[in-house]
Design a protein around this ligand. Structure first.
Ligand code: T4K
Length: 368
């Protein structure tokens, strides 16, 4: 049996290039709490992503939890069931009730046409997800938020480097959060960030991620420990040197898959978004009824060949016990999300996936 192929593999720069960073950390002895690499990475990411204010975090989930705290969100928040479970968990960790709204069948993001009917006097915010790095309909979502006086926090965990026609997709809404987990396009092993529109909001977030300390003797809020450490920040600085190459390689793999799969009956490749820059973080296909076998059978067949595709996002968040009983989680309220969760399959994509490996995966799918 050939080497296993996973849905993703982190891109790791040459180990020897980490050595100078480690030496510097050993020399400084500042291991965390806004050390020099942390500060450098915040600046470098602002420059690279084209945003003004970034606060680094230990992971994306803590960034989400803190973003909701920073804007004092309470009551109910409208969100999607078609995401990683951390999106909704961040609401429960803040004592906020998630209200699930169905997705759009093309973008797979929150359907703006269905948001208004879910708004109640308790609604304080919308938490959409740019799923697979494909931008939400940010203009329509903002329009609704403005009418009803709601905040918008984007879960942009998949959106590193994504740009729409106006620039970074991270500029939309009141805040955006990123994940730098090992499975993401840009990784610091674990890590995340919040993108803020202004210095005052960033400062509040920076207090909140450091227990609420404003200075040595002043605590201004019941903060948490969400800080990114110096080792993570060093990994980030090193990754940034390679990110353009990594994105280019991902784009090539995306292109190869499309060439090999798009004429297959019953296999639908998701169309590329109209972004100015896409990050090719996932390669989702829909296994339609015309395909000879079902999605799970294809998943198993690939697995038997040591190829570990993933069914992101099946089960839906609303299938998990802590969400299932809610009125907005009822299957009849989420027909599109249910249908997509039943046929989606994310194929392996990462910079070091070779041309023969892509060809082999496509061949197995074609041979069914
Ligand atoms: N919002 C959204 C929309 C998200 O997708 C996520 C995370 C978050 C928020 C929260 O951000 P973080 O708190 O995680 O920063 C993975 C990740 O754990 C998770 O970060 C990610 N989304 C989610 C979509 O996927 P799993 O359970 O699928 O990971 P796992 O361990 O099965 O890894 C998948 C494959 O990746 C493995 O088969 C092999 C490969 N892999 C994985 C790891 C961890 C490696 O090659 N090396 C590694 O170190 O959740």
């Amino acid at each position: 049996m050939s080497e296993p192929i996973y849905v993703t593999q982190p891109f790791l720069p040459p180990l020897r290039e980490l050595q100078p960073y480690l030496e510097q950390i050993w020399k400084n002895r500042q291991l965390t709490n806004a050390g020099p690499f942390h500060e450098q990475l915040e600046q470098a990411l602002c420059n690279y992503l084209g945003v003004d204010h970034i606060s680094l975090f230990a992971n994306g989930t803590l960034a989400l939890v803190t973003a909701l705290q920073a804007l004092r969100i309470a009551g109910e928040v409208i969100t999607t069931s078609y995401s990683f479970v951390a999106t909704a968990h961040s609401l429960l960790w803040n004592g906020i009730q998630p209200v699930f709204v169905d997705i759009d069948p093309e973008s797979l993001n929150l359907d703006p046409a269905k948001i208004e009917e879910a708004i109640t006097p308790q609604t304080s915010a919308i938490l959409p997800v740019h799923v697979y790095g494909r931008p939400c309909d940010t203009a329509k979502i903002q329009q609704i938020a403005d009418i009803y006086g709601l905040k918008v926090i984007y879960d942009a965990a998949h959106c590193f480097a994504v740009q729409d026609q106006g620039g970074s997709v991270l500029r939309h809404g009141d805040l955006s959060i990123l994940s730098f987990h090992a499975t993401k396009v840009f990784t610091t092993f674990e890590g995340g960030a919040i993108v803020s529109p202004d210095a005052k909001t960033k400062q509040r977030i920076d207090f909140l991620k450091n227990f609420g300390f404003a200075d040595e003797v002043t605590v201004v809020a019941p903060g948490i420990n969400g800080k990114m450490n110096e080792f993570q920040a060093a990994l980030g600085l090193l990754q940034l040197k390679y990110i353009d190459d990594a994105l280019k390689q991902r784009a090539e793999i995306d292109c190869r898959y499309r060439a090999a799969l798009s004429s297959l009956t019953g296999i639908r490749c998701l169309s590329l978004p109209e972004s100015k820059r896409h990050n090719y973080s996932y390669f989702p296909i829909m296994v339609e009824p015309e395909y000879p076998i079902g999605r799970d059978a294809l998943y198993d067949r690939l697995k038997n060949s040591n190829i570990f595709a993933r069914r992101y996002f099946y089960p839906l968040i609303t299938d998990f016990p802590m969400y299932r009983g809610r009125p907005s989680a009822r299957p009849e309220r989420l027909p599109v999300a249910m249908a997509i969760a039943g046929k989606i399959l994310c194929l392996p994509i990462y910079p070091e996936l070779t041309e023969p490996q892509v060809a082999r995966i496509a061949e197995i799918i074609a041979d069914v």
